[in-house]
Design a protein around this ligand. Structure first.
Ligand code: DMJ
Length: 454
């Protein structure tokens, strides 16, 4: 009776396969949970040493065990940047200490010139995200005070922001800036508008983004530096690296966060040009290099730690195929020396700038690709990078940047983004999906999740 046995056999085989698949899935999940817990322990190692040696200051210097303040006075850069990671990791006592330090000690009424871009992405973004996660209105009040103090940066003839603003006097300085600094403001200022009901923040940051886009070349590329007084480009090199990177990121993200169609249109007009002039095929691999914004000619075959955010953005905007290929190149760059360099010449595979600042971008892309494909390869990639990260960058009192990825010599630097971004993306890659509802938030460029208000 072969035709009666067949369905039984098929069913049995399916049951066995399901059981095996189920077990495999559980094993993978268990392993991922162990990794998430390791990441949390290592994050705590960094945070506890900040508490011990640099409490109340901007950052920990992990080798000398001393504190560092960016502007001579503390703006609590590390606690504000790290707070939402503490909350997401359920480090409740630590989060409570950080939140109460911020609420009682943080004051923006200071006679110091601060860099608008860094303050907006780290402090404004951090305060808004932690407010949304905790409901603590003191954080929103601080964010609004900060937003008001930053507003004078937009008082240029073009509406493009100056680089520095004095938090007390509102004086501004330094007109030569770049697209990342003019275009990476709308998620933070826009969210502030939504939460306070005051449109001025959205309007000013949106204008700065649009004014940057309007100055693209006839080919559709933007340059590396621009004068906000004249609106003229002062450096025509075009790329997706530091100085331009998050301008593109925010074109796409402000469409998703606010449903702003102008942003979607500017992104749709930009991405084909980026893929046409900056994407580069070398030895069967996909990279993104530099080109002259006016002629489109290749100027450098360089890619680095900062460029490695791009697979995340490609996947996020629907181009998973390219994202996978570029992520493979980023991982190749990482594996050359077991830690990625700041800049690599992808044509010769020689290191151009050998430092490693504990940057998050490559992990961010690994996390996005895992979320979009569910392919366990990305968790394995993340595990390899985490092992290397711990092996070479863990110091007795925190995590230390590397002067050189070849010698692995450590330097006395642990920027706040290590706690805001690098550990957060490692953690989210391995933690169960319910830790954070990926499709309900948009991460600002400093990995602060902002709730979608579309
Ligand atoms: C962070 O401050 C942000 O991610 C920014 O967009 C780029 N540089 C650092 C991390 O590398």
């Amino acid at each position: 009776m072969p035709d009666r046995i067949a369905p039984t056999v098929v069913l049995l085989a399916a049951a066995v396969a399901c059981a095996i698949h189920g077990c495999a899935k559980t094993r993978e999940d268990e392993h991922a949970q162990q990794l998430a817990s390791r990441v949390r322990d290592e994050f705590l190692h960094a945070w506890n040493n900040y508490e011990r040696y640099a409490w109340g200051h901007d950052a920990l210097r992990p080798l000398s065990k001393t504190a560092h303040d960016w502007y001579g006075q503390s703006l609590l850069m590390t606690p504000v940047d790290a707070l939402d990671t503490l909350i997401l990791m359920h480090l409740d006592a630590e989060a409570e200490r950080a939140r109460s330090l911020i609420a009682t000690d943080l004051s923006f009424d200071r006679d110091i010139y601060v860099k608008n871009f860094e303050i907006a992405i780290r402090l404004l973004g951090g305060l808004l995200s932690s407010y949304q996660l905790s409901g603590d209105k003191r954080l929103l009040r601080l964010a609004e005070d900060l937003g008001n103090r930053l507003l004078p940066v937009f008082n240029s003839p073009t509406g493009l922001p100056y680089v520095y603003v004095n938090l007390r006097t509102g004086q501004i300085r330094d007109p030569v800036t770049n697209p990342a600094e003019t275009g990476t403001l709308l998620l933070e200022f826009g969210t502030l508008s939504k939460l306070t009901g005051k449109p001025v923040f959205y309007e000013k940051a949106k204008r700065a983004l649009v004014e940057t886009f309007k100055r693209r070349s006839p080919l559709g590329l933007v340059g590396e530096s621009i004068n906000v007084d004249t609106g003229a480009w002062t450096n025509a090199d075009s790329h997706i690296s530091g100085g331009i990177d998050s301008y593109y990121e925010y074109l796409w993200k402000c469409w998703l966060l606010f449903g702003d169609k102008d942003c979607r249109d500017m992104w749709n007009a930009s991405i084909p040009t980026i893929n046409k002039y900056l994407a580069d095929e070398i030895r069967g691999g996909l990279w993104y290099g530099h080109a002259d914004m006016q002629t489109g000619e290749r100027t450098k075959t360089e890619y680095g730690a900062l460029d490695a955010f791009f697979p995340a953005l490609l996947a996020f905007s629907g181009d998973v195929e390219r994202a996978r290929r570029l992520q493979a190149s980023s991982f190749k760059m990482w594996n050359l020396y077991g830690i990625e360099p700041e800049t690599l010449d992808y044509k010769t595979m020689r290191v151009v700038a050998g430092s490693y600042h504990l940057r998050p971008e490559i992990i961010e892309s690994t996390y996005y690709l895992y979320r979009y494909t569910g392919d366990p390869e990305y968790r394995r990639m993340g595990e390899k990078m985490f092992d290397d990260f711990v092996k070479y960058c863990r110091a007795e009192s925190g995590y230390a940047a590397l002067a050189d990825v070849i010698s692995k010599e450590q330097v006395d630097e642990m920027q706040s983004f290590v706690l805001a971004e690098t550990f957060k993306y490692f953690y989210l890659l391995f933690a169960p999906p319910e830790t954070l509802q990926f499709d309900k938030v948009i991460f600002n460029t400093e990995a602060h999740p902002l709730k979608r208000t579309r």
